[in-house]
Design a binder for this molecule. Structure first.
Ligand SMILES: *[C@@H]1O[C@H](CO)[C@@H](O)[C@H](O)[C@H]1NC(C)=O
Ligand SMILES: *[C@@H]1O[C@H](CO)[C@@H](O)[C@H](O)[C@H]1NC(C)=O
Ligand SMILES: *[C@@H]1O[C@H](CO)[C@@H](O)[C@H](O)[C@H]1NC(C)=O
Ligand SMILES: *[C@@H]1O[C@H](CO)[C@@H](O)[C@H](O)[C@H]1NC(C)=O
Ligand SMILES: *[C@@H]1O[C@H](CO)[C@@H](O)[C@H](O)[C@H]1NC(C)=O
Length: 475
């Protein structure tokens, strides 16, 4: 009996000891993997999925294939990414909000914007003090240097804003606004703003007859408008236009301006500060169209499109992550020295997440509020639409591609020349103020003739067998 017991104990010892050791080892490996994967894991995973599907879009600005950075290979190969400045900063923040590593912080800290800010700032000062960062910094192009030395700051004061309401067009509304047009512009683009006000950007009730006139009825919604601006550098410019802008703001009530320098790399501030303003003033607004001041929007189509979305079953759930636009996947940062989009690889490494082109992107008010919250834990990135993509990844939401968003213009001049071409789109980039006025008049003239057309579908699906168009543009 005693011998038997002794043997049993030895067997147990032989079996259990390795088990315990293995378990400890496994635990260690899991924790290490969690820590490695926290940072930019999701964009890379999504990127590789897209590569497999063979949809390789190239970010605007990268025009030569030699300038591509190498693809990230494996997830443990991502270690080198940490050396890049932005990746390094973001990794630290992602780690703080990792629900596995720190469940307590994630749940408690969610509402407290103050703690977010301190976390973002704290890591910023840690990383920027590194000697290697300092040495590298001096060699970078000026605009990246400007960006890096201000990227921890978001609390820019408002200079002009609509008078306590969600943009122009707020009178006598009988229901919550359907759409807010939020247009990025700059102080000097008076002409663009005026053209937009007169054409597709008219605020107020917008409606059209339903296509099935047998069923009758009108579809429509209230539209509001706001322009997003920074400040022109008065020294560079030689004149101060702020008085003019103030007058414009008083007259139209659609100017939302902050006190930061209006440069390309500061555009992300317009997103972040807009979301914050939106969350405060636009509680019930259903949708936002954020675009440039040189786009043409078919507002009537947009209203119909949005009403259709609201009438879909389970609309309230899908609206939580509703974003439509021209979606760009598996894009790489531009490494072309002279490009406007140039990002040195000491600043960012890896693929960009899937994102919707910033020329014109449509999202729900519900999503705007979620983006506002999540943006507090994503470091600013110099390219605004990529930044929105980075926030979307962290919300586990994905922009949906729609062929009626043409942020790179019509794919062929021939398509544009068709009489009803502009009746088939939602957004097209880019058009001058004079072109906007002309297009708007043309739209009115062709309204009856083109009443039947539907939104355009993907070119590839439509004429798969046709040879490619080789007509040269007349311009
Ligand atoms: C990149 O360049 C190589 C040759 O330099 C070419 O074979 C390849 O097709 C190019 N890739 C793309 C995506 O253009
Ligand atoms: C419009 O007409 C089509 C058929 O022509 C029909 O399938 C559709 O349900 C109609 N829509 C409405 C809103 O009545
Ligand atoms: C962004 O705006 C701030 C505040 O005006 C300015 O100091 C900074 O240089 C700007 N950044 C870029 C990249 O221009
Ligand atoms: C959807 O949301 C709207 C506004 O938030 C609300 O009025 C409506 O009752 C909701 N619908 C459903 C089915 O929950
Ligand atoms: C960028 O351009 C400058 C001058 O135009 C050149 O001296 C420098 O080597 C270039 N840098 C890279 C990384 O190509």
């Amino acid at each position: 009996m005693a011998r038997c017991y002794c043997r049993l104990r030895r067997v147990l010892l032989c079996v259990c000891t390795p088990c315990i050791l293995l378990f400890t080892f496994f635990l260690y490996i899991s924790v290490m993997m969690c820590m490695t994967m926290t940072g930019s894991a999701s964009p890379v995973v999504m990127g590789t999925a897209l590569i497999r599907e063979n949809t390789h879009f190239v970010a605007p600005g990268t025009y030569s294939n030699k300038s591509f950075a190498p693809y990230p290979q494996t997830f443990w190969g991502m270690d080198p990414h940490r050396k890049a400045f932005w990746n390094q900063l973001q990794l630290a923040v992602d780690r703080v909000f990792n629900p596995i590593l720190r469940p307590y912080t994630v749940h408690k800290g969610y509402e407290e914007s103050l703690s977010h800010q301190s976390v973002v700032k704290q890591h910023f000062s840690e990383v920027i003090d590194l000697d290697s960062t300092k040495k590298e910094f001096k060699k970078l192009p000026q605009q990246i240097q400007d960006f890096m030395s201000h990227m921890h700051r978001r609390d820019y004061p408002v200079l002009n804003q609509p008078n306590g309401v969600c943009g122009a067009g707020a009178k006598h509304e009988k229901e919550p606004p359907l759409l807010l047009l939020a247009i990025k512009t700059s102080e000097l683009n008076f002409k663009n703003r005026q053209a937009i006000r007169k054409t597709w950007g008219q605020a107020g009730w917008v409606s059209r007859q339903r296509r099935n006139s047998s069923t009758g009825g009108e579809t429509g919604g209230y539209v509001r408008r706001v322009f997003l601006l920074g400040k022109e550098d008065t020294e560079d410019l030689g004149v101060d236009v702020s008085k003019l802008l103030q007058l414009e703001s008083e007259k139209y009530g659609d100017i939302l301006q902050w006190d930061f320098k209006d440069t390309f790399f500061n555009l992300t501030l317009k997103d972040v500060l807009f979301w914050s303003w939106f969350s405060r003033f636009c509680g019930h607004t259903r949708f936002v169209l954020k675009g440039d001041d040189d786009v043409f929007v078919n507002t009537l189509n947009m209203i119909t499109f949005l009403q259709d979305q609201l009438n879909k079953p389970k609309a309230n759930e899908t609206l939580q992550e509703f974003m439509f636009g021209e979606v760009i996947g598996a894009a790489l940062p531009s490494r072309v020295n002279k490009s406007k989009y140039f990002i040195p690889d000491s600043f960012y490494k890896g693929l960009y997440p899937v994102y919707a082109g910033g020329g014109g992107v449509l999202y729900s008010g519900l999503l705007a509020k979620r983006l506002h919250i999540i943006s507090k834990r994503v470091h600013l990135y110099p390219i605004d639409d990529v930044y929105v993509g980075m926030c979307m990844v962290r919300l586990n939401a994905h922009p949906v591609h729609h062929p009626a968003f043409l942020t790179f213009d019509f794919p062929s001049p021939k398509e544009e020349e068709e009489t009803c071409s502009y009746h088939t789109i939602l957004v097209v980039h880019k058009r001058s103020p004079d072109q906007l006025i002309k297009l708007w008049a043309d739209m009115k003239n062709t309204q009856r003739q083109c009443g039947h057309v539907t939104l355009r579908v993907d070119e590839k699906k439509k004429d798969k067998d046709k040879p490619p168009v080789t007509v040269a543009s007349p311009q």
